[in-house]
Design a protein around this ligand. Structure first.
Ligand SMILES: NC(=O)c1ccc[n+]([C@@H]2O[C@H](COP(=O)([O-])OP(=O)(O)OC[C@H]3O[C@@H](n4cnc5c(N)ncnc54)[C@H](O)[C@@H]3O)[C@@H](O)[C@H]2O)c1
Length: 449
């Protein structure tokens, strides 16, 4: 099928690349002309494992193309996936201006009827507004625009794998025709009939993802309800960690034993610096806002958000206790990305940590395998090191902010010899306290002794 993808960010590029790999012809466009020029020159503007490989292959097979002419892209596809950003406003409400802009463009530029699919994360009832905007701006009314919601559940860091091997594909539709079209688009993925770059064609056996057909309102709600639930789980684990610290229990032992119960599950029960990124913080805010706007107070989510915001305070309590004065100290920050295996620093806890360190007069030396260049645009005044051992050289303390494998495997015996003082404050519980203490470190983490 001929498909259009509007918005070439994390979601748009993964969607476009994977649907091209599944055999469709994909036309991508973005308002950012520089981004399109980069893509045309064969450069992938984001770091996501396997993405460059899938995109290069799709380009070579002429399955994907890029244009900054939105009209051209809109006319080319039978189905249009909207993948633009939906950032939070000051109030926490989702800013849907990019969706609105795209709706007007589709309505005015299309020459044939289209199925318009929301892939961006949007609050419930956006589909209704989208349908209204498409009808209001279309010329003459002879064109038919169907709207569908197909929320994206990929995780940055494993996005390509998640797209090819989903647990579920949710399609919210108004009628059988849209459902059939979306089923056809995802058929190769549901039937595992594509070249998988992650498993080199030998995907593990097991059940393929399920296609769940719902109403548009339900599909929109499913995405926010899922993300908010995961965010709740993380905040829950963080409060348990605080409790463990007070009563002398070990949060890893507690959450592991909790998670063995299949009704609970072990995932998203990691205590630490809390959640960041372009999904959880903004989606939880948008969900709180949407709930209040329809008269439902979602206090539980407000508490989860508050707990998450307090993680940085808790982290700094540990820093102050261990280091005493921060002013004039050389501090190594290990990890900038909001999580491992991505270069995404949006709402990353490390950025808050750096801001606080600078406010208190520290000399900051930061390292990250992928996110240095993005962070430099926000904090040009700090020193960056590709090599983590260079980052910790002469440091009075090392603060761990991202759970990269390279940090997990750091040789602390070697790092300790380079540091001015053997002090590690670990915001991701990467190391065993006993081992760090044996190496002579003053070691602090969350919920453990
Ligand atoms: N990043 C994730 O892990 C993830 C996962 C699931 C869902 N989502 C949701 O998907 C959406 C996109 O997220 P993302 O991380 O890909 O964002 P992003 O910022 O990486 O990408 C958005 C892209 O849209 C482009 N854009 C903005 N306005 C446009 C317009 N009017 N016309 C054309 N292009 C426009 C931007 O230039 C940018 O390239 C958001 O709603 C997000 O909540 C993100």
């Amino acid at each position: 099928m001929r498909l259009t993808v509007i918005g070439c960010g994390y979601v748009g590029l993964v969607t476009g690349a994977c649907l091209a790999a599944a055999g469709h012809e994909v036309f991508c466009t973005d308002i950012d002309e520089k981004r399109i020029a980069q893509l045309k020159a064969g450069k992938v503007p984001i770091y996501e494992e396997h993405l460059d490989e899938v995109l290069n292959r799709a380009v070579a097979e002429k399955k994907i193309s890029y244009t900054s002419d939105a009209g051209e892209a809109i006319r080319a596809g039978e189905v249009i996936f909207i993948c633009v950003g939906t950032p939070p406003k000051e109030s926490g409400e989702a800013d849907l201006s990019a969706i609105d802009h795209v709706a007007r463009q589709i309505a005015t530029e299309a020459r044939t009827s289209k199925l318009v699919v929301e892939k961006s994360t949007v609050p419930a009832l956006t589909g209704v507004q989208l349908q209204r905007a498409l009808a209001a701006y279309s010329r003459g009314g002879e064109l038919k625009f169907a709207v569908a919601s197909n929320p994206e559940f990929l995780r940055e860091g494993t996005a390509v794998e998640d797209f090819f091997h989903p647990d579920r594909i949710v399609v919210g539709v108004e009628g059988a025709e849209s459902a059939a079209k979306l089923r056809e688009i995802y058929r190769p993925i549901l039937e595992r009939n594509f070249h998988c770059p992650v498993h080199s064609g030998k995907c593990p056996s097991g059940t393929a993802g399920e296609l769940l057909v719902t109403t548009i309102n339900s599909a929109e709600l499913i995405k926010h309800a899922s993300n908010s639930f995961l965010a709740l789980k993380i905040s829950y684990a963080n409060v348990i960690a605080d409790l463990c610290e007070r009563i002398g229990a070990d949060v890893e032992e507690v959450t592991h034993a909790m998670g063995v119960d299949p009704r609970i599950g072990t995932q998203f029960l990691k205590a630490g610096l809390g959640f960041g990124g372009f999904c959880f913080p903004k989606d939880i805010q948008a969900f709180i806002h949407l709930s209040a706007s329809v008269g439902v107070e979602f206090d539980m989510l407000k508490a989860a958000e508050r707990v998450n915001k307090q993680r940085i305070d808790r982290f700094f309590d540990k820093v102050h206790k261990a280091l005493w004065v921060i002013k004039g100290k050389r501090i190594a920050v290990l990890g900038l990305a909001f999580k491992a295996n991505t270069d995404d620093i949006r709402f990353a806890p490390a950025l808050d940590v750096i801001r606080r360190l600078l406010e208190e007069g520290a000399e900051v030396h930061a390292t990250d395998p992928q996110a240095i260049s993005r962070t430099k645009t926000i904090y040009p005044q700090i020193t960056y090191h590709e090599d983590p051992y260079e980052a910790v050289k002469g440091a009075d303390a090392a603060l761990v902010c991202t759970e990269w494998q390279v940090f997990r495997k750091l040789d602390w015996e070697r790092a300790g010899k380079l540091m001015a003082r053997r002090l590690v404050i670990d915001g991701r519980n990467l190391y065993t306290p006993k081992k760090m203490q044996e190496l002579g470190f003053d070691y602090h983490s969350f919920g453990r002794h």
